[in-house]
Write a protein that binds this ligand. Sequence first.
Ligand SMILES: Nc1ncnc2c1ncn2[C@@H]1O[C@H](COP(=O)(O)OP(=O)(O)OP(=O)(O)O)[C@@H](O)[C@H]1O
Length: 547
Amino acid sequence: MDIFRILSRGASLKKTKGVSADFSLAKPAVESTAKKDDLDTEIEKEVDFFHQKDHKKRESAKPEPEDEEPTFEPSVEPTRKVLTTEEALQLRKSYGAKVSGDDLHLPIGSFEDLVTRFKLNKQLLDNLISNGFTEPTPIQCEAIPACLADRDLICCAPTGSGKTLAFLIPMVQQLGKGRKNHGVRGLVISPTKELAAQIFNELTKLCKGSSLQIGVLNKSIAGKLRNRVLASSKFDILVSTPLRLIDLIGEEVMDLSKVEQVVFDEVDKLFESKFVEQTDRVLTACSNPRLRRSIFSATVTSSVEELANSIMNSPIRIIIGHKEAANSNIEQKLVFCGNEHGKLLALREMLRKGEFKPPVIIFLQSITRAKALFHELLYDRLNVDVIHAERTQLQRETIIDRFRKGELWCLICTDVLARGIDFKGINLVINYDVPTSAQAYVHRIGRTGRGGRSGKAVTFYTKEDTLAIKPIVNVMKQSGWEDGMAGWLKNDLSKLTKREKKQIKQKAVDRKPISTVPAVVRKKRKQRKEMIEASKKRKLLEQSSSN
Ligand SMILES: Nc1ncnc2c1ncn2[C@@H]1O[C@H](COP(=O)(O)OP(=O)(O)OP(=O)(O)O)[C@@H](O)[C@H]1O
């Protein structure tokens, strides 16, 4: 059954009984009728990409403890094989995939299926299994065989559903068979350095025991290439942001003419105006006539698809679930805070009520605001740190590492960490400031509910957010979380005009500063600071004139 159709069936799908006027997080409703249980079991089956739940036993099963780790144990079912078009259709229906294009290939039913059909390298299979990847997710079932059949690909699948392995497995398999030390043959482009580093980590897991030379274009490697201590031909597969790459292309120390496969991860970001020129230059440098291109994201808009189609050869289009929809493992809620001050109160209320269950990520719209909230939360003795574009690469890496290890409980950030970053087990995402588009919302909240786990997302809004909240409301409706909204929002679902959308994206809402310190005290502190600065300057002047 079509996953979107199921999730948008209206009243019977309301998953929560949240009340947006207070600050409590919504609790799953207790279902009473057998009919609704059947429907929910059906929904669960379709959205359980990681096959973690025993759907047959739903009624009698005890609720799962919230902190329980997903097991990813090998399936008890016999290894799934897809041998006919009918079986393929059946499988696609079961996970809500829409696959289109010329000469479609059968999906795989299991990683073992790759061994029989595509002679998957034994070491690669061992690496998958030893890292706990025993069953492919839907995007992997579909994208891996299409890649291995040398097709261009347009892929859209929910956040946290395993897109990284969907493009890395076929790349490692195919390039592992080819000539080594021949130059860069596989290229993965990501919009941020953090994501590039993470993709490289996944790649390292897959390449254990292989002779493939892999690398991530960080500052140190870029320096070596620039000083010609290292040649780009040393690498078989490279992961990079576009800017690092084109700098080196410009300095003629990066040769991409041998690239056979290029993947654009978070493609809608890479096709945005800030990046599109860089992306285009990378593509131009990949001059191999046999180049294969793939694009991946949880949000692939029509304009991105149009652009992709113009650079691809008869691509296969794979959509899992609904384009631009939020991951259905995430419980979503809106909280009306009245004004800026109300947001801090709402946050503290969550802390008081024990609803602030670490690890937590909080997103804000600007560096200044992220810093301000960080200083506020330090007063609350929260184990917290902040990441934004003004922090050095080393600071960013250290903070991410500490957050991953559980040494930090709460991470405050700007949209710099909104995409792709895979922190396992995030319990809660708070949008302290409303994101500027439906896509930004889907990616931000997608930092929770990953790899089959469940998660919560709370979005604070004030009366200044009347326009910006609409796209978020639509995403919530689409994912069946209407109960997390106030009544007026449910009723006022008129879509934004193109002009309004542009307006929101271009100019973030002007917000009052984040602080519990009264304005009069802030003013006095500012005056004092200015007086001290002025006195320092005077002293310096006096000293220099007396010398
Ligand atoms: N077949 C699998 N079995 C178990 N876990 C998996 C499998 N494939 C991927 N994962 C895990 O699922 C998590 C999410 O995967 P990944 O980061 O690739 O998501 P994504 O779809 O790229 O998300 P986003 O859109 O946010 O970038 C990772 O921790 C990854 O290791």
